[in-house]
Design a protein around this ligand. Sequence first.
Ligand code: TNX
Length: 525
Amino acid sequence: MTQTKLKCLAFGGLFLTVIFSQMACKPTDLSKENMIPKPVSVVSEGGEFNLTDQTDIYVQGESAELKQIGQYLADKLNPSTGKGLEVKTTDKAPEQGNIYLSLSENDSELGDEGYQLKITDKLVSLTANKPAGLFHGIQTIRQILPAKVEMASAQKGSWKLATGTIRDYPVYGYRGAMLDVARHFFGVDDVKNYIDQLAYYKMNVLHLHLSDDQGWRIEIKSWPNLTAHGGKTEVGGGEGGFYTQEQYSDIVKYAQDRYINIIPEIDMPGHTNAALASYPELNENGKATELYTGTEVGFSTLATHKEVTYKFIDDVIRELAALTPGEYLHIGGDESHATKIEDYIPFMNRVQDMVIAHGKKVLAWDEIALATLKPNTVVQYWAKAENATKGVAQGAKVLMSPAKNAYLDMQYDSTSTYGLHWAAYIEVDKGYNWDPATLVPEIKKENIIGIEAPLWSETVGARQEAEYLIFPRLLGYAEIGWTPAELRNWDNYKVRLANHGERMKAMNIAFFPSKLVPWNTTAKK
Ligand code: TNX
């Protein structure tokens, strides 16, 4: 019997034990905490660690990077708890009552992103091979504190952590979301806010869809009219917008500090009306098109036979590659219905070489598998399993974004306020209940680099509108990317998700309150 339960028993009979273990004596059982994604292994000890006014966050050595991770945790915990946690450095485990972040000797099971969190009544000790693992581990610390810890203002109450050990690491190295900032533009603050939300659920990629028929959203210094003209509007005729290179770099740095990789996409040869409207020479007939504010797809194409097109693409890729530390550039390639297939194939082959020449690897939508894939090109499966399978046959890896399962812009059901439904209605259970490794027989786990959930923004332009589609489904995609399939189960997940309702409210997230989730439950399962 654990110490806490014994204390409860001191109050009297079995009935009180049950009542008190549910109320006053919470938390007693680490394995019943509602973490998302669900950790690989949790062993409970039945005691508790108390966060007090004396608690501080100690990081090992003088590493600026570890101090920054410690500070992220302090910044998240201090406003609500009022405990004034300070980040301090140390060479050895600190005195009792503190939180300790350290890099371990090589613990190969944990890999580059895993962590071990050991909580005793004396110390909270987080270890990892790499800083990324520590960063993911501090999200777990946040999630096992009461939901009100996420409030921006001081909250009353005690701040206890159940004792035990969590060992945790992801199934897939790529756990991403995509934001379409072309159909509707989202400003730097909205993107940063999304990055913090992704980090809370241990996701590590944000793919930005930076150009489309309706808008060009990234400054390219050698082709300034792309943004001066092509960035001026958006779906519905709003004012649009774009990121200067400085703003883009600021987003990249903000994401890096949260162990999130930004992957920029310039969609081509279709989805290019904003560029075609900005530079007449990119059109087959040499005439600039009109800016476009509708939602049709598949009507635009770069002039694939003109050399100026390749000069343009090379400039764009060169500037973007120089601003992007991550290994991938996304070149779109989807729905190029206005490009003949005999033009599309050499075009995609040539552009892949240009990306490689600028030191990056290629990501592209599944249609690229119709071309000859270069070494390291990754195929993003969204529409046709047949295309993704062709990619695998060419030896490529696949990124799983099947529209029927993983599109955040699909409506939940026919009553949804925002979203489209050309691929499917995706209720929260349907978004959760699938396994990337068994969805398409020819695509095996070893062919898959991970999962990405795209938000296309034809129907959403404001942060809250986007959040209605993103949340709560994003949490399910985060779990699919992190947690082994055999540990995932909807009935268990929906209760953990219900608990995250309070957390999302505390973080001011305007999530869709699906009826399939028992939001009001307070029981810990
Ligand atoms: C298809 S997904 C598209 C996008 C649309 C989306 C809407 C993909 C590669 N192409 O251009 O925004 O459907 O759901």
